[in-house]
Ligand binder design. Structure first.
Ligand SMILES: [Zn+2]
Ligand SMILES: [Zn+2]
Length: 424
């Protein structure tokens, strides 16, 4: 059971590629060598790429409370088909993940329905209201909780964030920050750039993000706590993070595939599938994100997979909710738009999907002998089109429908169990 031999794999291991066979016995990786012989079922990969399956440290699973958008089952099924072996759910559910009871209930649901390894963040403040801290010291004891995040909202009060970071430092946990200074918001729906101007839409300025990042980094200097910036979208944020890392602070940051691939120039017909928070920014911001990925300032790519039902998104851009789905096609899109266009090396993308987030969250992200098999198999040359019918999410809010991609996921092995998406 769960024993098989993968012949002729192009394996990404220890930050480089090797042509090897991989033996998996009882779900464990027991041999990585050339020319392995065994009588277990054998798959000839004919040089297909194999890597540790991906870790998404920013997924909205929507359950409990918003099951019409997504459920733990449908969200983790999207992850499985996207080559992910691990996701971390955001706390903005209903009820909010802000107490032990809700978190215990989430854990029960994950055991029943989770298709990949599923963790969650706890909220930082009760109901994400920014007024009262959750019981961080007790919540951190739960093994399903990997950190604290009020994602969806920035923590506005300086005193509250100061207290949260101090506690995070005491309990050696991480603050995963959605940075958004509400005093800079004026009801905008897309970036405050020329598209907003031309279409008479209210813009969201860059300062709403980087001002709060700058504030937080000052607090980190004081407590030296683990701190991670969500969905970086502005060039100023990239520079702040670069400097903080130079200063030796224990900080990290993520970029999402849509910010790495699209800019405000790509928005079409004021369509709400181009509306996300933070918004698609300018060409200069996009270049700064690519540079940040290439110089290791940004070591994590996280999807911010944010499902919304059709009727919710089917509104004028001003009224539609923020966010797009993204976990199922993150890799093929990144491969097609960044690697094939020579903007970013394949190794950099793979690191940002595996060892990068693993390092931040203290998980395993590299392929090692003796560990449970968590591997994904890809056909980099296989061309396909993203079709609505193939989407595993309950929602279809993505600007990438109908887009031609390369880098199809052929199979995903999660904790030794293989799911085949394509005939091997
Ligand atoms: Zn967010
Ligand atoms: Zn989010």
């Amino acid at each position: 059971m769960n024993s098989y031999l993968l012949k002729n794999a192009h394996l990404y291991i220890n930050h480089q590629f090797e042509n090897v066979d991989i033996l998996i016995e009882d779900g464990m990786i027991t041999k990585i060598e050339k020319n392995i012989e065994s009588d277990v079922p054998t798959y000839d990969l004919k040089g297909k790429m194999v890597a540790h399956n991906f870790i998404d440290m920013h997924t909205h699973l929507r359950e409990p409370g918003f099951e019409h958008k997504e459920t733990i089952y449908s969200g983790t099924m999207s992850a499985l088909y996207g080559g992910y072996g691990t996701v971390v759910a955001m706390a903005n559910t209903l009820p909010c993940m802000d107490d032990l009871e809700t978190i215990a209930d989430f854990k029960k649901r994950v055991i029943k329905d989770g298709q990949v390894n599923t963790y969650t963040y706890s909220a930082i403040t009760k109901d994400l209201k920014g007024k009262e801290l959750v019981d961080m010291a007790h919540i951190v004891e739960e093994d399903i909780v990997l950190g604290f995040s009020d994602d969806g909202k920035g923590v506005q009060s300086d005193e509250m964030m100061d207290l949260a970071m101090q506690l995070a430092s005491n309990i050696d946990s991480i603050i995963v920050a959605h940075c958004e200074d509400e005093s800079e918001l004026h009801g905008g729906c897309i970036h405050e750039g020329h598209y907003a101007k031309e279409h008479d839409l209210i813009g969201i300025n860059s300062a709403s993000e980087y001002k709060q990042v700058a504030r937080d980094l000052e607090i980190v200097k004081h407590y030296q706590n683990r701190y991670h910036v969500c969905h970086i979208s502005t060039k100023e944020t990239v520079e702040l993070l670069r400097q903080a890392k130079k200063d030796g602070l224990p900080v990290s940051g993520e970029a999402s595939p849509h910010h790495l691939i699209l800019t405000e120039e790509n928005i079409k017909d004021c369509h709400p599938n181009y509306k996300m928070n933070p918004p698609l920014r300018s060409i200069e911001d996009h270049q700064a994100l690519i540079d940040g990925l290439n110089d290791q300032t940004i070591k994590v790519i996280a999807t911010d997979h944010a499902p919304h039902a059709r009727e919710e998104k089917n509104k004028p851009i001003q009224d539609a909710p923020f966010g797009i789905i993204g976990i199922q096609h993150a890799f093929p899109l990144l491969y097609t738009y960044l690697v094939k266009k020579n903007l970013v090396k394949l190794e950099t993308i793979l690191d940002a999907l595996t060892t990068g987030p693993a390092h931040v969250l203290r998980l395993e992200g590299d392929v090692k002998l003796g560990q449970k098999a968590n591997l994904c198999i890809f056909d980099l040359d296989k061309e396909f089109v993203i079709e609505e019918d193939d989407i595993k999410s309950k929602s279809i809010n993505t600007p990438f429908l109908g887009v031609k991609c390369y880098g199809k996921i052929v199979a995903n092995i999660v904790n030794g169990k293989m799911t085949e998406m394509e005939e091997m």
